[in-house]
Design a protein around this ligand. Structure first.
Ligand SMILES: Cc1ncc(COP(=O)(O)O)c(C=O)c1O
Length: 462
């Protein structure tokens, strides 16, 4: 299929984009003198722009396109559902697609996470989990528990409640004051571990987990409702949990009656080779939040999986969870999610990630010979490459250098070279990769070759 637009079509779209479209988290002025990148089509692991140029989708869109692009059977499942029942709410009613999907997700989820509350997005899922925690504790006679603990630099979404949980000061500051109760603890960035635990990853993990206990005690043990943690923290550049970290966190949560929320908006649905990231790292959450990969982006959907015990106070008498959104559990999205999960099963995508993740890691680790590459870290099909000015001292770039390197050069250069990935400096500067779960060695090689050329060029510009 040809995707090339004529020059006139390209110019018309550019003009409309520049005049009317507002891109998210985007410095719009940067497009004053250059084209807005416009992606028009996707197929497998690749997407195409207006001129027909091909890009390897090394970020699965935005950690979303697990099964890859252009799957007509998934698109058709959505179209069939729209024709049969395009919309009906989950407020007092149900529809078969939400019922079937809830049943399927409950069967897949670890332990007794048997209740599914759908949302339309990841932020809504996080927001819902906090609201559930607050109302649950009021219902069981612990009304003072409202605080939430999360980790430094972690991203948990942008709506006001989710933003209060997010640990990135720069994107919170314009919206202060945020809802009260967000408490921050250290993340698990072992590359930047404090000196006294810098040589022992297990000791580092126990220290980082114990910081949660210290925060609970500092805040008042009966004021904390929940701890929100990603299985592998995205923001900052892929921080895996050290051995024993989650087991210690679970103990602490049990000791103080605090809920453990596993925010799996990125890490669920195969990103780490399992349906849920908590399975990979062997811990039992009280709530899992999910979105993104549940539909591979063929329609929007999010939600939370909740333990039976948390549902109990809401299953008696007049009790009602006073929360809902119009498009939560949209019939088209649920039908698409079912078809998406069918692809996972038919093609054993979890098996593909587990079989190939070592090769993916080894291929990216070849980049360690470049002077600018400080650390390659991650698990499954989810990696961060930290860039440094000095490999030996691990010195990072100052704000000016980071601005010139990431915004001024790397983002554009990687895109121009045909690789979609993310150059991020919300912590230390990192390149992030999170490709479709269908990728194999040829795609790993392509990523490595493009990164090698562009990072080598970047080094000459510092
Ligand atoms: C861990 C995590 N939680 C929540 C969110 C928010 O999801 P959404 O952008 O769908 O609102 C994200 C988005 O990337 C995320 O990575």
């Amino acid at each position: 299929m040809s995707t090339a637009y004529t020059n006139d079509e390209i110019a018309a779209l550019q003009e409309k984009a520049k005049r009317h479209l507002w891109l998210h988290f985007t410095r719009m002025s940067s497009y004053a003198a250059s084209d807005v990148p416009v992606i028009v089509r996707g197929e497998g692991q690749y997407v195409y722009d207006q001129r027909g140029k091909r890009y390897l989708d090394g970020l699965a869109g935005l950690f979303v396109s697990q099964i890859g692009h252009g799957r007509t059977e998934v698109a058709e499942a959505g179209a069939r559902q729209a024709a049969e029942l395009a919309y009906f709410p989950l407020w007092s009613y149900a529809h078969p697609q939400a019922i079937e999907l809830a049943d399927r997700l409950a069967a897949m989820a670890p332990g007794d996470l048997n209740r599914v509350f759908f949302t339309g997005s990841g932020s809504e899922a996080v927001e819902s989990a906090w609201k559930l925690a607050k109302q649950y504790f009021k219902a069981i006679g612990q009304p003072n528990r409202y605080k939430v603990i999360s980790r430094s630099i972690a991203y948990h979404g942008t709506s006001m409640g989710a933003l209060a949980i997010t640990g990135l000061p720069g994107i919170k500051e314009p919206f202060e004051p945020l809802p009260a109760g967000g408490v921050r603890v250290p993340n698990t960035n072992f590359y930047r571990a404090p000196e006294f635990v810098a040589h022992d990853v297990t000791a580092f993990g126990i220290w980082a987990a114990d910081e949660i206990e210290r925060a609970i005690l500092r805040e008042g043990e009966d004021s904390v409702a929940a701890v929100f943690l990603e299985p592998l923290q995205n923001s900052g550049g892929c921080f895996p949990p050290p051995p024993g970290y989650f087991q210690r966190v679970r103990e602490i949560c049990d000791k103080y009656g605090v809920l453990l929320v596993s925010d799996e908006v990125i890490c669920a649905f195969g990103r780490l080779g399992y349906y849920f990231g908590s399975e990979r790292y062997g811990y039992q959450p009280d709530i899992i939040t999910f979105a993104k990969g549940v539909t591979s982006g063929y329609a929007p959907l999010g939600g939370m999986l909740v333990r039976d015990a948390l549902m109990k106070p809401f299953s008696e008498g007049q009790a009602t969870f006073l929360h809902g959104v119009t498009f939560a559990g949209h019939p088209v999205s649920c039908a698409v999610a079912m078809a998406n999960l069918d692809v996972f099963e038919k093609e054993d995508l979890l098996g593909n990630v587990r079989a190939n993740e070592a090769a993916f890691r080894a291929t990216l680790e070849k980049l360690n010979d470049l002077p600018i590459v400080g650390d390659v870290r991650g698990d499954g099909y989810f990696y961060g490459i930290e860039l440094v000015k000095d490999k030996t001292t691990r010195e990072t770039f100052d704000d000016d250098e980071s601005e010139r390197l990431l915004r001024g050069f790397l983002s554009h250069a990687l895109f121009d070279a045909g690789l979609i990935c993310r150059a991020d400096d919300r912590g230390d500067p990192v390149i992030q990769l999170s490709p479709p779960l269908t990728c194999t060695q040829e795609h790993f090689d392509e990523m490595e070759q493009i990164l090698r050329a562009v990072l080598s060029e970047a080094w000459t510009r510092i």
